[in-house]
Design a binder for this molecule. Structure first.
Ligand code: ATP
Ligand code: MG
Ligand code: MG
Length: 553
């Protein structure tokens, strides 16, 4: 999958290998919470986590960080596993934090016995108020100095489901005056009398992120625990917990890097979940979503996402990258890979009045051999049918051409790509005065699209033979959010939603070969962009991205 450009993380890892910190081993993990689908930000983390391990000949685990039964579902686990495979990575192991609940519990009892943790019976508001703030002293809980025996007995009762939610918590006993709030007796367990998607009703208490995370890293033998910057202030706590375990190997090292954000979209599962719940999009895998499954439906190749994530760099400075940069990676892949096809999105009938008929009075059909991809000769050619009745784009004809308009208009000659030169003559209109048919004559001596006498035309247009066309629907997309940084204005990203982010064109006329396009395939509609065949709905084409350079106006 390529090599990560060297960065501060690879420098740290290389240093640890040199010093033999973890016996020269490198093991990382990607730890998503199964409470939503993975998005482009997660792709960045996956590339960093798996890529760093690969670059040093190490391994990377997938760990489902499933410590919160309220928001987690098995369906999310399945999507996560599938998306990682699609992105091109194979976890050395698939693990679950919930597999460690018993070990975490045992350690917690040990912490209590050693005076390192206690059961607090204050309610959650009192606990957070008592934590104080920067320059504001913390207030010790009246339960802080209860005996280990008493805490243990209550903690066992909590496990047994004897107490209601929110009535008690287990807290680490660290320092209520610590300048880092994370160390002011953080919570290790909460009561949740709730079924868990994997452990069922076994547990009535669930560990917090802070208690579960580093300990899970240690259990798995992780050497470098790479996460995003918001966990920087948690690092002393991560280290504090580990320092009180008796580990046989050196503890894992937490390293933070900046989250990846993209313009015109959001990378927060909570906000993406809102879009799904409110019906703004069709689902997590809607082609407008920045989720991996949405981008896949839209036609983004995994390879382009990987290159983008690698090449934007890995730093400790938060930044929002332009979605256009990601699109340029997408285009680069498809330019080489995508088959070229002709499709008309807004059809207008073009009739060649001098087109010949055969002995039975049927219009003659000619076949032109067209390259499937001029960038890749080995993709070969296909036969495209041409006849006297064609579909062209409405915007390729103007009855009264505006200045600098070089496409078809009465008296004007243009090239039908790969076929013939044609000159428009007259139009037919409906009762409202709309042009419904353009009449034209073709030059039989211009077969292939070049005039015998060498005369030039200013415009080349795509077309589809009306008798051979298949019907299809194209979905055209605008940005999901109008603002570059959604929410910057009002504090609420949803205020910047683009109400017109999708346009469905249901009367497209497609070249016959497109009937054979396979689900998920991305083709180039000439002059129009790259389009992905919907994986579930044949005949539906999502516009992946436009063409950078549209040939001849
Ligand atoms: P969200 O706020 O969307 O729920 P999260 O960080 O809580 O995101 P997790 O499922 O916990 O989501 O994330 C798994 C891993 O992916 C974590 O290590 C997290 O730091 C990383 N990650 C999440 N979002 C991004 C992002 N935008 N850029 C880089 N890494 C990310
Ligand atoms: Mg998280
Ligand atoms: Mg989260």
């Amino acid at each position: 999958a390529g090599t990560t450009p060297s960065n501060f993380i690879s420098d740290i890892v290389a240093g640890d290998i040199e010093r033999g910190t973890h016996g020269g081993r490198v093991q990382t993990r990607f730890p998503p919470e199964p409470n939503g689908f993975l998005h482009i930000g997660h792709a960045k983390a996956i590339v960093v986590d798996f890529g760093t391990a690969q670059d040093f000949g190490g391994t990377c685990y997938l760990r489902l960080d499933d410590t919160n039964p309220e928001t987690e579902e098995e369906a999310f686990v399945d999507s996560i596993v599938g998306d990682i495979a699609w992105l091109g990575y194979e976890p050395a192991e698939v693990c679950h934090a919930s597999d460690y609940f018993e070990q975490l519990y045992t350690w917690a009892e040990d912490f209590i016995s050693r005076g390192l943790a206690y059961v607090d019976e204050q309610d959650s508001e009192t606990i957070s108020a008592g934590r104080g703030g920067y320059g504001k002293p913390g207030i010790e809980s009246p339960f802080r100095d209860r005996s280990p025996e008493e805490s243990l007995e209550i903690f066992r009762g909590m496990r047994a489901g004897k107490f209601p939610d929110g009535s008690r918590v287990l807290r680490a006993r660290i320092d209520m005056q610590h300048e880092n709030m994370q160390l002011r007796d953080p919570i290790m367990y909460r009561i949740r009398n709730m079924s868990h998607h994997r452990t069922g009703d076994t547990w009535a208490i669930y560990p917090t992120y802070d208690w579960a995370h580093g300990q899970s890293d240690a259990i798995e033998g992780v050497t470098h625990s790479i996460c995003t910057l918001e966990f920087e202030t948690h690092r002393p706590l991560y280290e504090w917990f580990l320092s009180h375990l008796e580990l046989e190997q050196a503890p894992p090292k937490q390293i933070e890097f900046a989250r990846l954000e993209l313009t015109h979209t959001v990378t927060s599962k909570r906000r993406l979940a809102r879009l799904v719940a409110d019906g703004v999009v069709d689902g997590w895998d809607d082609a407008r979503m920045p989720t991996l499954s949405g981008l896949r439906r839209r036609g983004y190749p995994a390879e382009a996402i990987r290159s983008f994530c690698r090449e934007v760099g890995t730093t400790r400075t938060n930044s929002r990258h332009s979605i256009e940069a990601l699109e340029s990676y997408v285009r680069k892949v498809h330019n080489v890979r995508a088959q070229r096809r002709m499709a008309v999105l807004h059809p207008l009938r073009l009739v060649l009045d001098n087109w010949p008929s055969d002995a039975d009075g049927n219009p003659v059909v000619e076949y032109f051999e067209v390259a499937n991809n001029p960038e890749r000769e080995e993709d070969g050619t296909r036969q495209v049918a041409f006849s006297g009745e064609l579909w062209i784009e409405q915007e390729d004809f103007a009855e009264v051409p505006p200045p600098k308009y070089f496409r078809l208009s009465p008296g004007r000659e243009v090239r039908l790509r790969g076929a013939y030169l044609v000159t428009a003559t007259t139009v037919d209109k409906d009762d409202d005065g709309n042009v419904v048919t353009v009449h034209a004559t073709y030059d039989p001596a211009s077969k292939g699209g070049t005039a015998a006498d060498g005369r030039k035309v200013k415009s080349t247009m795509h077309w589809v033979s009306a008798h051979h066309a298949v019907d299809g629907t194209a979905a055209l997309y605008g940005r999901l959010f109008t603002a570059e940084a959604p929410g910057e204005r009002t504090g609420e990203a949803l205020d910047d939603l683009n109400p017109d982010s999708r346009e469905l064109l249901t009367a497209c006329r497609l070249e016959a070969a497109l009937a054979d396009a396979t689900p998920g395939e991305v083709v180039q509609f000439e002059r129009l962009g790259y389009f992905a065949v919907d994986p579930d709905q044949p005949g539906l084409f999502h516009r992946t991205v436009g063409l950078r350079d549209e040939w001849a106006a």
